[in-house]
Design a binder for this molecule. Structure first.
Ligand SMILES: Nc1ncnc2c1ncn2[C@@H]1O[C@H](COP(=O)(O)OP(=O)(O)OP(=O)(O)O)[C@@H](O)[C@H]1O
Length: 258
């Protein structure tokens, strides 16, 4: 009986293609580009089919399309390719050892350095006073490309500081706050807004910006609604459900553990 000959390199090959597809999916999810992407895949599949059925004319017409496809792709996906390269270039694979830990099967997590209690307590307090807030917590993907849109700083994270930044009369309250480890590293940051049409209409730009940055990076986002006082936790472009602030604290601890 033949034994399937799989080399380590084949496995790496598959892992890299899977990672590539995952990043491409993250980039185009919720944007108009996803429809173009599907269109290209359909043309490619039809072309393969016409070649298989030896339909010469159609196959050569589609073949021409595919031939210039790479250049067309660069033009059509210019923005996405830029973001993709930025994301790859800014991924810190050794940050907290998270990337390598994810490859291991054992779970030997240690506690996060981020003051999660300060963040959750600030969300609760800002919710009670109907103070709007948007916080983005960096993980593996660096957020330098958005930090440049705001004011860079380096302040130790604690509850009074978070609340004073988002206090309505504060000059810093607009836009997003970026948190790295236990430091506030930028305020008044403008985030990419998600075009995802499945986001309910009651959510405005603050929530869409939180979805946008978590679609493009592995950061976590927390939003306190100015209208309802409700806190939302957004990860991978999706709202994460939780019943109590205690549950939110646990979820954050899990996602930020090293
Ligand atoms: N692209 C963006 N990046 C960062 N912050 C943004 C962005 N767009 C809007 N905001 C912030 O969101 C505020 C406007 O929120 P808006 O009322 O549209 O959002 P919302 O999701 O309905 O939130 P809320 O429930 O608090 O009203 C702005 O004042 C600004 O501080």
């Amino acid at each position: 009986m033949d034994i399937i000959d799989i080399r380590i390199l084949d496995i790496l090959d598959i892992v890299f293609v899977a990672l590539l597809l995952y990043y491409v999916y993250k980039l185009v999810r919720g944007t108009a580009a996803v429809n173009i992407f599907i269109g290209i895949v359909v043309i490619y599949l039809v072309w393969l089919l016409t070649r298989l059925l030896q339909m010469e004319l159609l196959s050569s017409v589609l073949g021409e399309f595919i031939g210039v496809g790479v250049f067309a792709l660069i033009v059509v996906f210019q923005q996405e390719i830029r973001k993709f390269l930025l994301m790859i270039g800014s991924t810190n694979f050794t940050h907290n050892g998270r990337f390598f830990r994810n490859l291991r099967f054992s779970r030997d997590e240690t506690e996060s350095r981020t003051n999660i209690d300060a963040i959750v307590n600030a969300c609760q307090s800002m919710g009670e006073s109907l103070t709007g807030a948007l916080m983005v917590i960096q993980r593996n993907n660096k957020l330098d490309f958005v930090k440049t849109t705001g004011d860079k700083m380096k302040i130790e994270l604690n509850q009074p500081i978070i609340e004073s930044v988002f206090f309505k009369n504060s000059t810093l309250h607009d836009g997003a706050m970026i948190i790295e480890e236990n430091k506030i590293t930028a305020t008044r940051v403008i985030l990419p807004v998600s075009n995802d049409r499945s986001i309910p209409l009651r959510f405005g730009l603050r929530h869409r910006a939180a979805v946008g940055i978590t679609e493009k990076t592995d950061a976590l986002a927390l939003v306190v609604s100015e209208e309802t006082g409700q806190t939302s936790f957004i990860k991978d472009g999706q709202f994460v459900m939780f019943e109590t602030m205690e549950e939110l604290r646990e979820k954050l601890k899990e996602d930020l553990s090293r």
